[in-house]
Design a protein around this ligand. Structure first.
Ligand code: DGP
Length: 144
């Protein structure tokens, strides 16, 4: 059912877009917003969300909006790579709770990966505060 439930305008990412909840932002324009994941699977774990519309996941996103949004996902991924110099970058996205989705506003994860450094669990590691996330976000911003 979670694949097809109505969009909840009070989901946490909608609140972040409206400025009702804080986030450590790395990029924002009229199409997308990118900010640091507060339950990161590793250093530099960034989320890229569309600012318009009510897509709960990628399958929901109108075809006409895919291009503009994916350009932003790639832009942020390139900045993560350039700014943090990982050995690899995972870009991934879940559709529906059974697939692993926990926040129902479309988002792509951008996760830098380093050889020999373990990747943490999804959405269940320790919560990071802004003070810890900000220096990494600054490196990503500087690479945009
Ligand atoms: P998913 O399971 O794909 O829906 O991922 C949701 C991600 O969002 C997960 O990695 C944890 C993160 N997250 C949850 N709540 C917040 C929040 O309030 N702020 C930020 N920045 N990230 C959050």
């Amino acid at each position: 059912m979670t694949l097809h439930a109505p969009y909840d305008t009070n989901n946490i990412f909608a609140k972040i877009i409206r400025g009702e909840m804080p986030s450590v932002k790395v990029y924002e324009d009229d199409v997308a917003l990118a900010f640091m994941d507060v339950f990161p699977m590793g250093e530099g774990h960034t989320l890229v969300i569309p600012k318009r519309g009510d897509a709960r996941h990628f399958i929901d996103l109108p075809e006409s909006e895919v291009g503009d949004y994916m350009v932003r996902v790639q832009k942020v991924a390139r900045a993560v790579e350039k700014g943090l110099k990982p050995d690899g970058v995972r870009i991934f996205q879940f559709n529906g709770a059974p697939a692993g989705q926990s926040v129902f506003h479309l988002h792509f994860h951008v996760l830098p990966v380093w050889e020999g450094r373990a990747v943490g669990p999804h959405a269940s590691g320790g919560m990071k505060g802004a003070a810890e996330l900000e220096p990494v976000a600054a490196k990503i911003r500087a690479a945009l």
